[in-house]
Design a protein around this ligand. Sequence first.
Ligand code: F3S
Length: 426
Amino acid sequence: MHLNDREKAMLDGAEGPARQRAMDLLVRYGSALGAERLIAVTNVAGTWSSTTPWVQADLDAPDDFDTIFSRFNLDSDDTVETPQAVVSTCQLIHGIDTRNHALQGFSREKAELQRKSEEFFGRRGVQWASTCTPYQVGNVPVKGEHLAWMESSAVVYANAVLGARTNVEGRESTGAASITGLIPDFGLHITENRLATHRVRVEATPETMMDWGLLGYAVGEMVMDDIPLLSGAIPQPRPMHLKHFGAAAASSGGVEMYHIPGVTAEASSEEEALGGRAPREERVYDAAARRRAFEHINAQASNRSVDFVMLGCPHNSIEQMWQIATLLDGRKISPDVALWVHTPRQIRTLCDDCGYTAVIERAGGHVMSDSCPAINRATPPGTNVIATDSCKQAHYLPAITGKQTWFGSLDHCIDAAMTGRWNGDL
Ligand code: F3S
């Protein structure tokens, strides 16, 4: 890999031991991928906190944050002092909602540990967005900007909708990128790798949130980690539609980039999306494909007695929170069901001010932030059967929690919260 003089000096330790280890990590990582050089990034989104269960399980001293940073963010066996970030850096989702730690089954001590880690890394430049949707709370990169982001649903949104450039990075590479401002130049940083490889003709027009999720889930299964171009009569989406589409496509497949000509950032026509080439494969998304996706997601569920409804994956926008508050206003959920609605902490503050939090709580629900059951493995005590409006959450929860999980529309989920029964269908 070619390094410039400053990069070579960093690798030799001229800018301290942490940056030396970060450069060593980036060079090993880039070489393994065949990258010829490093490129500058201006925006990093990763994770620094120590309260996810798998990090906690591997720690002797849970508040030794330099050791946590060295081991988990720099892949270093020896402990080095954590330096300042050199580019804009934010925390994605993490382990505990400090406001609702008791509901999630975490002790006051664990919540305190979370706060201490926020203080420690905050002083070193990490911004506590604490959400899988940093683009919903002010971190909105522009077209062409090179990033180092973790979290598949955020990456596909940044690439496709915003036209920024990032691969799906890991905790280690984002840690190294935050203190060097560098990442290996490969994959979606390179223009020709962003062109569509597959064309999917959309005949079952997506209209609702559930439709966009199902379309994403089906397209992910069709193309896996290749790049789809959606063609056909596609109505004007809202940001939340594309958020659900991308999260679903990144879950059932590994989609990190897609094109909807005239809608997404990098193609105004099919020719532009394909770069003048013919697609490698042509696929069709029709009513049968829509039904197959719905049945596939729900194949692991059979018990219709729902006791936990999870909304907000990826984290809800303020518009979605308003919709939920509207549906719950003046109603009460079943005493046998728990309802958790997830949104970024910044949007929860907005919900507090708008009165949405109070409406949801009066109905018997809770507004949660900072994490989700797929990340912190927390579900209400006694949970056996889950319902969610998210393809992504329904895809992962059965394996992570061992609980049956139904997927359906927001209306299906609110009905399940009211009745304790799953009546969802297409
Ligand atoms: Fe976010 Fe958790 Fe879903 S991280 S995208 S709410 S699985």
